[in-house]
Design a protein around this ligand. Structure first.
Ligand code: HEM
Length: 538
């Protein structure tokens, strides 16, 4: 090598001039050496240098130390770790990761990530708010609002949430159902029209399922305060807000026109403005004598008004005033808008995923669809257009079992990212280091063969004659602990209403392809092929 340097130096004396006069002869030889390199040698050397730096830096040593005895690659995967997988996740890769151990780890860029596939460890993470809190990508604050309640933790979160829980009681849910009936009728007509417009050939239904869920949410939250045009616009554009929430974004992309984050932020801002307008209209309406609540925001505003009346009477010195069940403060239109936007955010992808699988699987299982149809017709005394109410939905044993099995078989949320806010001893042998992501998984518990024999078989019967109902610890569809899904009671009822009515008013066929059963991860689980259906009046 040394002779090579000397020779090179001799043959290219001009190269010395590129170095300052004070540069040592050794440096001169070095520069001559580099001079002889081709572009690809520079490129390879640069890459190797970066890898050596990446592997030799403190984070890599830390990776090995943090990994300890749990499963995972022995070294950090150079540079970005499994970043590409994180951007384009393969469902099979998650299955492999979960199978690798009850706890396993990866490093994405320099973030240390621990996945918990074990049911009991997952519970521990969900239920240890003093060690871990939900972790949403940084750009979420720009989309949801910097002061949105979902970013609160501990006591502040619990207090805010306590005021929202009564929006999902039986009484409240019952008042949302007439609006559901109207949205479903409207969209079922659209389903049939869409198939007819396609000449009766199968077409992708996933977009329509996203739309129907967006409309159901908007009408549940804001009733008739929101216009049909606004519902349609939100349904059309909302996916842009989801798309903006990628793990890693280009810095300042929110200010760069036509980037995903820019588009997502504009969509979110428009929805926030629309929702704030609806909140103002609701306050004006609920102030009228005898106004009855028919949507989420009506109930919330009513609770605010009852609370304010109570405070005024107490302030006036009255002593025997009955305390309202939901004593809350006044919320501004903007706060109402932000909060209801978090509901839309929480519901849209999960509900669209569940709807897509429900229609696809029932098309493939005429035995299940037939039984569900029978049950729903009997519950309506033979009149298939009779509207549903809460009592009817509660009585549908088989339909409810179908919905539960769907949520178990294809859980929309397969895991929930949390952040360890301090060193977190999740087992006697392993402590998740502070600042790491710790991800409790829902899917493995819902496919545990000990709790649910033959877990990959769609079998609603396990909820009726089997013992699935008793496996409460495995039921992680809605998470667990202080952040569990606020709508965990509402969702199965909403889905039972939708599929019961669809079974009586529609007939649909699934056009299976070799990819229909493959699973695609886009925030939640979807079929790889966009659910090709054709739909007609039953
Ligand atoms: C199939 C439908 C749905 C599924 C599978 C689902 C599942 C989940 C899961 C797994 C979580 C995280 C729980 C945790 O960290 O422990 C969650 C949180 C949440 N969900 Fe749902 N969800 C669904 C629909 C909805 C709907 C329709 C709404 C609103 C109307 C909603 C509102 C929320 C809210 C507000 C949170 C955050 C609660 C908090 O941080 O305190 N979800 N959901």
């Amino acid at each position: 090598m040394a002779s090579e340097m000397a020779n090179t130096s001799d043959s290219h004396p001009e190269s010395l001039q590129r170095w300052p006069a004070s540069t040592s002869p050794a440096a001169g030889h070095l520069s001559s050496f580099f001079e002889s390199w081709s572009a690809w040698q520079y490129a390879v050397t640069f890459l190797l240098g970066v890898i050596v730096y990446d592997q030799a830096d403190a984070a890599t040593v830390m990776y090995i130390w943090r990994k300890g005895s749990i499963a995972g690659p022995p070294f950090k995967i150079p540079l970005m770790g499994p970043f590409i997988q994180a951007l384009h996740p393969r469902f099979e890769a998650y299955l492999e990761q979960w199978a690798s151990g009850p706890l396993s780890c990866v490093s994405v860029f320099h973030k240390f990530v621990v996945l918990a596939s074990d049911r009991d460890i997952a519970h521990k993470v969900f239920k240890s708010p003093s060690y871990a809190e939900p972790c949403i990508v940084p750009v979420a604050k720009d989309i949801l609002g910097h002061k949105a309640w979902v970013f609160l933790q501990g006591k502040a979160h619990a207090e805010y949430r306590r005021g929202l829980t009564p929006l999902f009681t039986n009484k409240a849910i019952a008042s949302y159902l007439p609006a559901h009936e109207r949205v479903l009728s409207d969209y079922f007509d659209k389903f049939v029209a869409a198939s007819q417009a396609n000449g009766g050939r199968p077409r992708a239904f996933m977009t329509l399922f996203r739309e129907i869920n967006c409309a159901l949410s908007c009408r549940t939250f804001f009733g008739d305060y929101i216009s049909q045009d606004a519902v349609k616009k939100i349904a059309d554009d909302y996916y842009l807000a989801t798309e903006a929430l990628e793990l890693v974004n280009i810095p300042f992309s929110m200010y760069i026109p036509f980037t995903k984050v820019w588009k997502g932020k504009r969509t979110a801002d428009a929805v926030h403005r629309e929702f704030a307008k609806c909140a103002a209209a609701c306050k004006a309406n609920m102030a009228k004598e005898g106004a009855t609540p028919t949507c989420t925001v009506d109930h919330w505003v009513l609770h605010m008004m009852e609370s304010e009346r109570y405070r005024q009477r107490v302030a006036a010195g009255e002593t025997d005033v009955e305390k309202p069940k939901n004593l809350i403060r006044e919320f501004t239109n903007e706060e109402i808008s932000e909060t209801l936007f978090t509901f839309l955010f929480a519901s849209q992808d999960a509900s669209s995923s569940a709807t897509t699988w429900l229609f696809q699987i029932l098309a493939q299982r005429p035995d299940v669809l037939g039984r569900l149809r029978e049950e729903n017709l009997a519950a309506r005394d033979g009149d298939r257009f009779k509207p549903f109410d809460l009592a009817m939905l509660e009585s549908l044993t088989y339909t409810k079992a179908v919905v539960k099995e769907l949520l178990r078989h294809r859980p929309p949320v397969i895991f929930v990212p949390y952040l360890a806010t301090k060193n977190f001893p999740v087992t006697p042998d392993y402590t998740v280091p502070k600042g790491s992501m710790i991800i409790p998984s829902c899917y493995p518990a819902l496919h545990d063969p000990e709790a649910y024999p033959q877990p990959d078989v769609f079998d609603p019967e396990r909820w009726i004659t089997g013992d699935a109902e008793s496996k409460t610890k495995n039921w992680l569809v809605f998470g667990a602990g202080p952040h569990d899904c606020l709508a965990k009671r509402y969702v199965p009822l909403q889905m039972a209403g939708m599929i019961g009515k669809a079974a009586l008013e529609l007939d649909w066929e699934h056009h299976a392809t070799d990819k229909s059963e493959e699973i695609r991860v886009f925030a939640t689980l979807f079929p790889m092929v966009s659910c090709l259906l054709k739909s007609k009046v039953f």
